[in-house]
Design a binder for this molecule. Structure first.
Ligand SMILES: Cc1cc2nc3c(=O)[nH]c(=O)nc-3n(C[C@H](O)[C@H](O)[C@H](O)COP(=O)(O)OP(=O)(O)OC[C@H]3O[C@@H](n4cnc5c(N)ncnc54)[C@H](O)[C@@H]3O)c2cc1C
Length: 422
């Protein structure tokens, strides 16, 4: 009797959607020798992005938000292939990875997103993004370098330019970054650089919208704005960046700001491999998925997290790119792949709105917990518990908690690392 041919499930992306999909699939299929599960990732670790802004501002040590994929696999039964996904041939059911090709029976797209640079009006060598671990390390180093240069500078104009930090995009990432940056400056950097007048340091948050945290509840946004001002963040709302060059930027064709630091956090678009697939997509390059999280054109291909455009039938709401959704969707994806393998009915993805939580520095946050609004230290505590609960591994949670406690006692570290920005 011929053995049944093996079925290959290939999961692309070692982030929230990919890792949680593989874990769910493995839990159900570990005793089924006819199924092969392979996780493909271009990094050998899972990156916990909700804490990335703290790496960029010296609050958390770099490796503490990275969890090694091999440690995560432990005794689980799935393959890990390190490599960059270069191409997906949907008709031939084949993925080309920099380290080989993979044929699949089921494919999960979880390659995440990249910063949307399409609206950048010009070029500059002083533009930074905050999307991966490298970005976090580079930004932290750059901020410290600006303080080193400013400390030695005698020309007041240049000194001010070095000490002006501009973040474009007042969404989650932008707001969380500026508040942590202020804390890094006030509680650590200014103590070490005595020739810098604190009044010279400026942190600007720019957005073309009329409020911060677009897409979030307006009450939450208003409270966050108040806290930003209390922390001396200068907000420039209703302001579009109309020009950008090496030493500054122009807003609304009129206001000029000279600076050596512009962090571009103005939204995300889907990973280019996904955004170029010949299937229906939205304006952000995300593939349109049906109620089962499959591509309508290819039922053996699933997409989730930042790769998927899922529209809730009842409310019409399109899921925003959030870790909370990328963590919940794998349950539906795994159930449906297994259901299809075993000839069982598929399950629809039921969207449940996640609580809105935004950190505003080490002692502050705002949250909307299903109608309950809160801010200040209690909100920060809930933020910590909420985000630590979906963090991978006791090992990393302990390291992050230790970092926070040590920062409270000793302040943040301002070692300038000998790394090349590029
Ligand atoms: C700075 C920052 C802060 C954030 N804060 C929050 C927050 O507070 N709350 C929240 O809910 N969400 C937050 N998010 C959003 C959240 O991180 C994403 O929504 C979530 O990571 C999406 O999960 P995903 O699986 O789709 O993608 P990701 O988690 O990004 O995973 C994608 C994976 O694919 C890999 N990959 C990419 N391209 C390739 C390729 N060609 N070949 C192989 N592998 C590849 C990547 O390395 C990565 O491992 C934040 C994001 C950032 C950048």
């Amino acid at each position: 009797m011929n053995a049944r041919p093996k079925r290959n499930i290939v999961v692309l992306g070692g982030g929230f959607g990919g890792v949680f999909s593989v874990i769910r699939l493995e839990q159900e299929l570990r005793h089924d020798p006819s199924v092969n599960i392979t996780l493909v990732s271009d990094q050998n670790f899972f990156l916990y992005t909700p804490f990335l802004h703290e790496v960029a501002t010296g609050g958390i040590e770099t490796r503490h938000i990275a969890y090694p994929l091999r440690r995560l696999r432990g005794k689980r039964h799935f393959n890990i292939q390190l490599g960059q996904v270069l191409d997906i041939d949907l008709k031939a059911r084949r993925v080309t990875v920099s380290t080989g090709t993979l044929d699949y029976d089921y494919l999960v797209l979880a390659l995440g997103s990249t910063t949307n640079m399409a609206e950048l009006p010009g070029a500059s060598s002083n533009i930074f993004t905050l999307k991966n671990l490298h970005d976090g390390i580079v930004l932290r180093n750059h901020v410290i370098r600006m303080f080193e240069l400013a400390d030695a500078e005698t020309d007041t104009k240049i000194k001010k330019q070095l000490l002006t930090f501009v973040v474009v995009g007042a969404g989650h990432t932008g707001v969380q970054l500026v508040t942590e940056l202020c804390s890094f400056v006030d509680h650590s950097l200014l103590k070490g650089y005595r020739r810098i007048d604190p009044a010279m340091v400026r942190v600007l948050l720019v957005d073309e919208a009329s409020h911060v945290l677009s897409g979030e509840d307006m009450k939450l946004a208003a409270v966050a704005l108040k806290h930003l001002h209390l922390q001396r963040v200068e907000t420039r709302l209703n302001s579009r960046v109309t020009r950008i060059w090496d030493h500054g930027l122009e807003l609304n064709h009129q206001e000029m700001e000279t600076t050596e630091t512009v962090v571009w956090a103005a939204g995300v678009v889907a990973n280019s491999v996904v955004a170029t697939l010949p299937v229906a997509k939205d304006e952000k390059g995300r593939v349109i998925v049906d109620q089962y999280l499959r591509l309508p054109e290819y039922h053996c291909v699933y997409a989730l997290g930042d790769n998927a455009h899922f529209s809730d039938r009842k409310t019409g709401l399109v899921l925003p790119p959030r870790a909370h959704y990328a963590v919940r969707q794998p349950k539906t994806v795994a159930t449906n792949i297994i259901g299809d393998l075993r000839g069982k009915p598929l399950r629809k993805y039921h969207f449940r709105k996640a609580a809105e939580l935004v950190s505003l520095g080490p002692r502050n946050a705002v949250l909307n917990l299903y109608g309950l609004h809160m801010s200040g230290l209690p909100a920060r505590f809930i933020w910590l518990v909420g985000y630590l609960s979906i963090m991978m591994g006791l090992y990393n949670r302990t390291r992050v908690l230790t970092d926070w406690m040590l920062n409270l006692i000793f302040g943040r570290d301002n070692t300038l690392l000998p790394i090349d920005r590029r």
